[in-house]
Design a protein around this ligand. Sequence first.
Ligand code: PA5
Length: 435
Amino acid sequence: MRGISVDFEGLKKFVDDYEFELIQEQVANAHSKLENKSGLGNDYLGWLDLPESISEEEVNNIKKAADKIRKQAEVLVVIGIGGSYLGAKAVIDMLSDPLYNLQPLSKRRGPQVLFVGNSLSGKYLRSLIEYLRDKDVAVNVISKSGKTIEPAVAFRIFKLFMEEKYGISGARERIYVTTDENDGILRQICNAEEYTSFVIPKNVGGRYSVLSPVGLLPMAVAGINFEDVLDGALFARHMYNVSKVEDNDCYKYAAARNILYSKGKDIELLTTYEPTMQYFGEWFKQLFGESEGKDRKGIFPASCIFTTDLHSMGQLIQEGKRNIFETVLNVENVNSMIKVPEVENSIDELDYLENKELDYINKMAMKGTYLAHVDGMVPTIQINVKEMNEYNVGQLIFFFEKACGISGYLLGVNPFNQPGVEAYKKNMMKLLKED
Ligand code: PA5
């Protein structure tokens, strides 16, 4: 069942219908390059088939490992960076209680899930280790290349931590590796230590890997039904597979981005009114930033949580340089059921809100902001998500992945490589080796 819909009304002032007709041929071309696997980066298109290519055996292995982790650990530490953690973090946050990690074990759906190896901050790592000293821990280290410095350093520290805490064989029972089938140092370590492991398919790049074991194992540990996520993605795989822009919201979104870009709108702001979606914004930024930002081209992907950021970024969005367009993620049914209480003789001037649901007030803020931004010349696309459940999250993930592939081809870049990320690493290595 369709869980998401896209409203393009907020583009009317900025993009004429004939502009979608003009771009149709390029979209059809991008569609066939993607679907026939004949375009740039075509050896990294495995993500298109992930919702259905996963075998029953793999599903069972993920469930088995997740059950074991849920029994043996109070905390799962996920070590990874970029595409090797953002998707899992985003999905867990969206589908869990906002205070999941703070809830007592009896209330939580699974172990706490904490992330590390996504920075080089010694302060964070030290603090995490101190926190874990008296807890039962499992570790899932995730790296496709198996050589990325941030997770590699964190894993060296955590391997030792686990071996000191549980002994070598005890640690072996609690360390889970997700990496390439054959290549990379992490695979070598995994084989030598005989850790339980999962495979990131060769033809799936990091930022497109959330529907592989990279995202599925941490989700399962957090009590998320990942098969429903995959089902939702599969539905989207079929729904967004027609080349006609007018019949395909995903392609229309990709086309709109490129039309707006050609008019000088080179910043896309993904906004949401639910703080639990903050990391979905981070995942989106990596997906589009690394896919499109190359050859001196690319839309700068940004994200905001409203109404919070209306009090920090609102002024700039409303009246600053007119190079922004906005994509609003609207969760239609939040069902949180909390009202502004009725009180006698109040002096806080909130009587007009008495007995109103917070969600209703949030929606009015969203409507008001939408109107203000469109009036202020910010083209706005609204993506409506019926409710936050596994199936709809799967659709949302696939919607953005496919839109990103199409949008990258429309822009004329290879959306599936990231040569630029090597530059900082080269300099850092040189500096570290000179020392
Ligand atoms: O999209 C990508 O390929 C990258 O952002 C990677 O996800 C990130 O650099 C982490 O790489 P790895 O999984 O090899 O450690």
